[in-house]
Design a protein around this ligand. Sequence first.
Ligand code: HSE
Length: 393
Amino acid sequence: MSNKLKIGLFGYGIVGQGFKTVLDRSPNLNAEIVKICVKNNKQTEERNLVNSLLTFNAEEIFSNPEIDIIIEAIDDAEFALVIAEKALQNGKSLVTANKKMIAENFEKIFQLQQKYWKPILYEAACCASIPIIRNLEEYYDNDLINSVEGIFNGSTNYILTNMFDNGKSYAESLKEAQEKGFAESNPKLDVEGYDSKYKLTIVIAHAFGEFINPKEIFNFGINKINDFDIKYCNEKGLKIKLIAKSYKIDNKIYAYVFPKFTKINDRFFQVEAEKNGVSVESVFLDKQFFIGKGAGGIATGSALLADVSALKHNYKYEYKKKNGIEGFKISNEQILKAYIRFDNDKAVNKPIFHNIEETYTNGNTKYIIGEIYLDKFIESGLAKREDVNIVLC
Ligand code: HSE
């Protein structure tokens, strides 16, 4: 690499602009953006950029011999994979914030790095400002991780904070999360738990060394929470948080994304607004908790910058745990304590329950609290029913 790092940037939305802002204020890194590729023809002045920096032609970045690093900050996971492939083919390293692209193509991302001997770094793809991937990969290298659990999505945490602490509606809170640039272009990815699941897939790769297809992980979001659920929480001093969890027992990995009740003495209870929180539990270190901004242009931009800086020192992920002899498999054979709320005139199949602790009916609304078999719950199709909400206890 030349002395001054030359960067080609794809995408100039919230994240791309966040990265440029952070880079402009980090002169010591000695790096500059030499080209920005964008897809739509917005006015250059609107983007506040000089014309010579912008291009609509991706080849101008791939074929530029001056460029050492490509930063990918677009929201299209399919084209992001093309960028990853072409970057490495052209001898450039890649830094990306695209969790969907990484999670859905782990094996390929790994193979590309082996084939071209160029790194792909993606700290920004997981919990933005929290350096969780690098920690799992390096710091917990020799420790045996039992579980990683967290609030992995800033938008949903912002929405839930607004609903539970500020009494705002779901719709109003979602709109705010979009206006603040926290939400995905398709906010369904946030509120239905897909974004958290992609991040969990990345976490699993670096915590347990296994590349899991995200489709194998069950996700349930926050979009079904209604006034009844909020009243239930208020009466009991609870808040709901969207939790992604993976844990390992013997040779199996268990994982899910679910809303969960938290109490005041719970660390996740304290994680507010767009912040994320990650709890890592390992055999020798017990529990450790990370907290920080999980969404937004500056938080994500600084994570991209941290990866650029790491590349300057020739850093790459070694996927040390992947080379281990253990081959973990993912399993949904889990028993989870849950609150299931539904319309009284539409029954919930009893076989999903391992046991039932409490049943309550008020008018047309009913809830059952008990231990459920996750695999049976998934098979039952209950999650797809409009009237059903589930929250882990
Ligand atoms: N939409 C994501 C979130 C952005 O809200 O967490 C950061 O990955």
